[in-house]
Design a protein around this ligand. Structure first.
Ligand SMILES: Nc1ncnc2c1ncn2[C@@H]1O[C@H](COP(=O)(O)OP(=O)(O)O)[C@@H](O)[C@H]1O
Ligand SMILES: [Mg+2]
Length: 302
């Protein structure tokens, strides 16, 4: 298990991460979700030892990496941007990473090529990193995740900017890792990108944790269940009737009444109330709130 306890990191007067705690178990996929600037990259870099926190503690399988840095070897890390000079060639970039991982020269060379092939960028071997496109670079970065098998994988925005074909590839890879017992911590500023693969999410905004749990819990805790849309010639009157019943989240536009309801309200109840007061309803629709709405609500509130 990777444990992050009360992590805080400041850059001058900016507090990038405030008191964040999380746990990553083997065999699970944990999503770290938050808008740009939320502190995702800082959190992930702290776990892999690229950023030193101001306070807080990291434990990797119960070992503090500041006491015993060797433990970091069991974590694989795919950064958002390459940590290598732009003039390196694609193959030398990956080969060097392989050598740092303790592979022999021959093995590093072989695996680098194989990894690039798997991500469809094998033909870029001798190209300089700076001469690659954004999407190609993303796949080159992802290729490093295949060099050596790890117990935990930390992926910083691995899906953003990829073509749909490769989005599927990366999602499958994440699921494959989890199935084989690898703990995967993966960040994104877009919840949708990850909602099919995560077991749990930690949502952060402005450096603070605003939510932790499953996606079902996310839908429930945000308190939005859905929106009831009613079309009626007496829209104003309908709004008044519903308000009198204690329903407050109503908006009226012409003949359309939109009512946001919480978990506790059955959408049919809205129809019953209107029917009771003889309000003519020409159209009725219920839209379940998307997770994205719940996410936005949390992030804006936090
Ligand atoms: N090296 C740095 N120096 C100064 N400020 C930084 C540095 N890295 C990140 N920050 C700031 O810390 C905050 C969190 O950044 P980051 O962790 O990159 O967020 P995210 O990955 O969620 O977009 C932002 O306000 C960012 O500008
Ligand atoms: Mg980031």
């Amino acid at each position: 298990m990777i444990e992050v306890e009360n992590l805080t990191k400041r850059y001058g007067y900016i507090t990038a991460v405030k008191n964040i705690s999380l746990e990553l178990n083997q065999g699970e996929v944990l999503g770290l979700i938050g808008p740009n600037g939320a502190g995702k990259t800082t959190t992930l870099k702290t776990i892999v030892g690229l950023v030193v926190p101001d306070s807080g503690r990291i434990l990797i399988d119960n070992i503090n990496p500041f006491m015993d840095p060797r433990i970091k070897r069991i974590i694989g890390y795919v950064p958002e941007i390459p940590q290598t000079p732009e003039w390196a060639t694609v193959c030398s970039f990956l080969e060097n990473l392989g050598l740092l991982e303790g592979l022999s020269q021959v093995e590093a060379r072989r695996r680098a090529r194989q990894a690039l092939e798997e991500f469809g960028v094998g033909d870029l071997c001798n190209r300089k990193l700076k001469m690659t496109s954004k999407g190609q670079r993303k796949r080159i970065l992802l290729a490093q995740s295949l060099l050596v098998d790890k117990k935990y994988m930390i992926l910083d925005e691995p899906i953003s900017g990829l073509d749909p074909e490769w989005v599927v590839h990366v999602r499958n890879k994440i699921l494959e890792w989890a199935r084989s017992g690898v703990g995967v911590l993966v960040s994104s500023h877009i919840l949708k990108e990850l909602q099919d693969v995560v077991d749990r999410v930690v949502i952060i905004a402005k450096g603070k944790k605003v939510f932790e749990g499953t996606l079902q819990e996310l839908g429930a805790i945000a308190g939005v269940s859905g929106v009831v849309i009613i079309v009626t010639p007496s829209a104003g009157e309908a709004a008044k009737v519903l308000e009198a019943e204690g329903i407050k989240t109503i908006s009226v536009t012409g003949r359309v009444v939109k009512v946001q309801i919480g978990e506790e309200t059955n959408p049919k109840k809205i129809l019953e109330i209107l029917d009771e007061k003889d309000i003519q309803v020409e159209g009725f629709e219920y839209r379940e709130a998307s997770l994205e709405e719940a996410y936005l609500k949390l992030v804006r509130g936090g």
